[in-house]
Design a binder for this molecule. Structure first.
Ligand code: ADP
Length: 394
């Protein structure tokens, strides 16, 4: 069976078509500037298509994508009938779903009801699902939620220390994100270590533009750093991560700004970008720091310090750690940041081997010989998790 995986944003739609026989990617790409003008990037069977194409809405993008997939020159399938199911990445399911699910009208209602919790993402995900239904008719569709994996957290990890009614009446709690990624790399870590996941305590560090860490006890999410929204936790590319909540009122009074303006700055102009004034991209920051830019160096130092102390906090909360996993753009590729994070964690049994901690790609064990905790680098593959869940449910 072939499965189409869709990750719909407000003006973009990322896609991959999987052949589930061997889990290979037949074609992948991105429709962007949807509703503005339109552009499609596509690669399938060694052919690349990269052009401006009018995309009035998401349905037009899905239509254009199917035309490419079935095109005589660029295509990889004969007709739409060869797509057995569609899997969608969906940001927020509140407390309704702890697993992926086949999409029904009831599921659409839940995603809709969670729009206030993920105002940027859930509406785009809904548009993507409806566009596929409009263009592809009865092909089964599955929703894979970013929040689902974290539904196993105990109340002591997900309840905030604010009046309890805000949880019961307003649904304010820690939900956590990047669930498919944390789940995937934890499963791979157990396979690499050749041990049942049920007996492992793992801290996974998903470090990309957005970053979150997760404590996974026996294969279940026990605690995580992102909260009601993906703004909480460690500092990120442009997001502040956790700050003293009183800063907001203080800045409102001092600078005459509104809460909304400040929240926007905390999401888009903070993190390593805000500290350095250089970039949100860790490659640019590394280059600037090497050239002597002190604020870029400071940004990297603050990032590494916060990830380091969070690893300790998650391990302490979970009562131990057997494996530490690095994934996503920075976690997989940036050996300098990894060593800044790991340095000084020997007291926890975490130690890297400088010769193994290189910029080389791919899955690997970078632990020092004899280190009690295994430190692993594992490329994440959220699209494959979505495809596998979709196959299982259809
Ligand atoms: P997103 O959260 O958008 O999925 P990614 O996981 O792609 O983000 O991570 C983006 C970050 O990864 C950027 O800061 C980028 O600098 C970093 N990154 C990606 N590739 C490399 C690389 N080869 N070396 C160092 N850093 C990298």
């Amino acid at each position: 069976m072939n499965i189409l995986v869709i990750n719909a944003g407000s003006s973009s739609l990322k896609y991959q078509l999987f052949d589930m026989k061997d889990r290979s990617v037949m074609a992948k790409g991105l429709c962007e500037r949807i509703g503005i003008d339109g552009h499609i990037r596509y690669s399938g069977r060694d052919k690349v298509y990269d052009r401006d194409v009018a995309l009035a809405d998401h349905a037009a993008a899905v239509k254009a994508l199917i035309e490419l997939l079935t095109d005589a020159e660029y295509g990889v399938i004969r007709d739409m009938g060869e797509i057995g199911a569609v899997g969608h990445r969906v940001a927020h399911a509140g407390e309704e779903f702890s697993e992926s699910t086949l999409i029904t009208d009831k599921v659409l209602e839940v995603i809709e009801a969670c729009v206030p919790l993920a105002p940027l993402h859930n509406p785009a995900n809904l548009v993507g699902i409806r566009a596929c239904a409009a263009v592809m008719g009865g092909v089964p569709q599955v929703a894979v939620f970013d929040t689902a994996f974290h539904q196993t957290m105990p109340a002591k990890a997900f309840i905030y220390a604010i009046p309890y009614e805000y949880y019961t009446e307003d649904r304010v709690r820690r939900y956590g994100f990047h669930g498919t990624s944390h789940r995937f790399v934890a499963d791979r870590a157990a396979e690499m270590l050749n041990r049942p996941i049920g007996e492992l305590k793992i801290v996974t560090c998903h470090l990309g533009n957005g970053s979150s860490l997760c404590a996974i006890d026996g294969g279940r999410s026990f605690d995580t750093t992102m909260g009601l929204t993906p703004l909480e936790g460690v500092p990120m590319g442009t997001r502040s991560g956790s700050i003293d909540p009183a800063i907001i009122d203080y800045l409102c009074s001092r600078r005459g700004m509104t809460v909304k303006e400040i929240t926007d700055i905390l999401n888009k102009k903070s993190g390593v970008l805000g500290i350095s004034g250089v970039s949100s991209d860790f490659r640019d920051l590394g280059a600037a720091a090497r050239e002597g830019n002190r604020r870029a160096e400071l940004a990297l130092g603050i990032f590494a310090h916060n990830v380091k102390k969070t690893i300790g906090a998650l391990a302490a909360g979970m009562g131990g750690i057997d494996a530490l996993v690095f994934t996503a753009g920075v976690g997989e590729n940036n050996d300098v940041i990894r060593s800044m994070i790991i340095e000084g964690l020997e007291f926890l049994g975490i130690e890297a081997d400088a010769e193994k901690n290189t910029p080389m790609c791919g899955e690997r064990d970078i632990s020092a010989p004899g280190a009690r905790v295994k430190t692993l680098v594992i490329p994440t593959n959220e699209e494959l998790v979505i495809a596998l869940d979709t196959q299982r449910l259809t």
